[in-house]
Design a protein around this ligand. Sequence first.
Ligand SMILES: C[S@@+](CC[C@H](N)C(=O)[O-])C[C@H]1O[C@@H](n2cnc3c(N)ncnc32)[C@H](O)[C@@H]1O
Length: 388
Amino acid sequence: MIAPTDFRLGLYVHWPFCQKRCPYCDFNVHEVGMGDSTDHQRWAAALVRELQHFAPLAQGRLLTSIFFGGGTPSLMQPETVAAVIEAAQAEIGFRNDIEISLEANPTSSDADRFSGFRDAGVNRLSLGIQSLRDKALLALGRQHTVEEALSALGHARDTFDNISFDLMYARPRQQFEDWQAELDEALALKPNHISLYQLTIEPNTIFEQLTRKGMIQPKDADETADFYLATRAQLEQAGFHGYEVSNHAREPHFQSQHNRLYWAYQDYIGIGPGAHGRLTTGGSKIATRQHRAPSVWLDHVEGAAGHATVTREVLSAEDRLAEALPFGLRLSEGLPLEHYADLAEAPLNARALAVLEEEGLLSTGAGVLKVTDQGRPVIDALARYLQS
Ligand SMILES: C[S@@+](CC[C@H](N)C(=O)[O-])C[C@H]1O[C@@H](n2cnc3c(N)ncnc32)[C@H](O)[C@@H]1O
């Protein structure tokens, strides 16, 4: 069971704006173009107001992490980031070792704000570099070159001790040897933490339309699995532990504390358009979701209610297990079987566990449920089977 001292409380803040939507992206994102006309003061006030609405649900617990995600939170004015952090400290309070992360795009104008974010209290920067090949950046519709990304990384290094960057791989037409070379170049940059995401063709994106028209050919499942296994091995060899399906850290203290709380199914408040939250209150776990459209979200937050919650439901034991299993299985260290038994108010299906263990897809040694390397590519199917 997760000891009470390990119990973590996070705050997710969604900034829904990007200069331009990337053609593969299906996140809740709205384009602002070059001349961003966002009313930053109005947004700062609204985010603080929604945070004040949720603060009582912390019930005396201190925040262990804050994550500014998007969208492109590096388009926020540092004053807005500071206002949210100050309100979080005043209304909820921080544990001493709080991690405060912000996702940034590696353009020079975003990099100009890095020191402002640090002064506002951000102590971890996650840079969306995506590729170290200019041709690939162009194909991904990115707004920066490799040179610009490396310069932003240098700037981030001068400003923060804790930096991560994201790369996307298994891209259409990507040659395996070239990816290995690109990854070696990325590792030579000596990040503390690196997130490696396989390109997914999401519904209702430009990449999906291009795939349907035969204009791009995504890699098939076998090729993607080969890329995945070789990528993990290359990272392990370079001294990066793959502590989660897509995330690798040079040392345990560089693991993303905020993302770890999602995988361990702990609590977080979610504010901003489309943000989700999961909070334990009165013995129940509640799921919250905020209005997605920025203008609707603003209207609701500025109205009498002071928040833009569109759904708030108590999760059943079945719901909790359905959410916690696929998340928990993503962590290489696994999670105790009692953690799931507590959430589901019943032990896990012993027969299904035995079958999957027999097949070498997961292990339950020392009472900890973990997937094996063979099981990792099929986590969602394993989670469904365990609930059948
Ligand atoms: C929503 S983005 C926000 C961060 C930042 N604005 C950026 O563009 O880098 C967060 C990360 O999700 C990943 N991502 C988004 N869409 C993806 C997709 N279709 N397939 C794989 N990774 C994706 C990218 O690596 C990206 O860095």
